[in-house]
Design a protein around this ligand. Structure first.
Ligand code: C2E
Ligand code: CA
Ligand code: CA
Ligand code: CA
Length: 277
């Protein structure tokens, strides 16, 4: 049941290497897997560290494969990016997240949806019009969506990334730099990148309460972000102490197993009801 905690010991990864036939054949099944409903999004809350209130959820994909079992994204997303299969998945994840937003709204919860967007999606000129179509089809405001793009995806081709991000931002979609601190972007680069928030990578957060180097890094990322007018999200908060340190540093938003692991839609609804009153 606690599948979310046993990420690193998946049988699937142990049984296959990066370029195995199993993995490649998995890619030929991805599109049909989506159509057959084998993929699902789990939703991990992001919480306002001042008020404790939920501000958004991040959509994280899982694959319930009929033969290989429960497969985590680290095991198929990189390959889907390399083989060009990621587009279907991204399109599906955006539509699914919009539907989930509307389902929660029916229960009185107005929750923003954060979606992971890969480097390959940023060079897809069809993405902005695709999103615009969905927003009008479902009558949803663009500021409901937050696109998380990793720092390394931006650094792979900064010119292209900035062009794509500008298009999305002009549509009023919120943008977040994911895994911030791991991708070597310069101040200059950051200043030119149209984003709303920085998401500090969990490698700096997991051991924050014991590690003074992490403390220095998190402090300086936070002041950098604030000086640039950006908000900060910290991911990978696993205990009360870390949450308190981050709140003291003025970090606006937090996410991690301490608040909640990623939840299936049904459990998210229950979590929201439990936290709302
Ligand atoms: P990410 O976007 O950096 O997501 C954070 C990962 O950290 C998630 O793993 C999440 O479950 C995990 N996590 C959350 N809180 C904690 C915590 O307190 N401690 C620890 N140790 N880990 C925590 P997950 O769901 O396995 O996703 C892994 C990566 O796969 C994501 O990293 C993201 O890059 C990618 N991914 C997931 N879903 C999608 C998707 O729909 N599209 C794309 N393109 N990528 C996705
Ligand atoms: Ca993310
Ligand atoms: Ca991250
Ligand atoms: Ca990551």
């Amino acid at each position: 049941e606690c599948k979310e905690m046993h990420h690193n010991v998946s049988r699937f990864v142990a049984a296959s290497n990066k370029y195995s036939v199993v993995r490649l054949s998995l890619m030929t099944e991805l599109k049909s897997g989506i159509e057959k409903g084998q993929l699902q999004l789990n939703y991990q809350p992001k919480v306002d560290l001042k008020t404790g209130k939920i501000v958004s959820v991040e959509s994280l994909v899982r694959w319930r494969h009929p033969e290989h079992g429960y497969i985590f994204p680290d095991e198929f997303i990189p390959l889907a990016e390399q083989t060009g299969n990621i587009r279907h998945l991204t399109h599906w994840a955006i539509e699914e997240s919009i539907k989930q937003h509307l389902a929660l709204k029916e229960h009185g919860f107005d929750i923003k949806m954060a979606i992971n967007i890969s480097a390959v999606d940023l060079i897809d000129l069809a993405l902005p019009p695709f999103v615009a179509n969905l927003l009008s089809k479902y009558q949803v405001e663009p500021n409901v969506l937050i696109f998380e793009v990793t720092e390394s995806a931006i650094m792979a081709d900064p010119e292209q990334a900035i062009t794509a991000l500008n298009m999305l931002r002009n549509m009023n979609i919120k943008l977040s730099i994911d895994d911030f601190g791991t991708g070597y972007s310069s101040m200059e680069q950051l200043k030119r990148t149209p984003v709303d928030e920085l998401k500090i990578d969990k490698s700096f957060i997991l051991d924050l309460s014991n590690n003074s180097d992490d403390m220095i890094i998190v402090k300086s990322i936070t002041s950098l972000a604030h000086n640039l007018g950006l908000t900060i999200v910290a991911e990978g908060i696993e205990n009360q102490e870390t949450m308190a340190i981050l709140a003291d540093l003025g970090v606006e938003t937090g996410q991690g197993y301490f608040m909640s692991k990623p939840l299936e839609a049904k459990l998210l609804k229950a979590w929201l009801m439990g936290n709302s009153g």
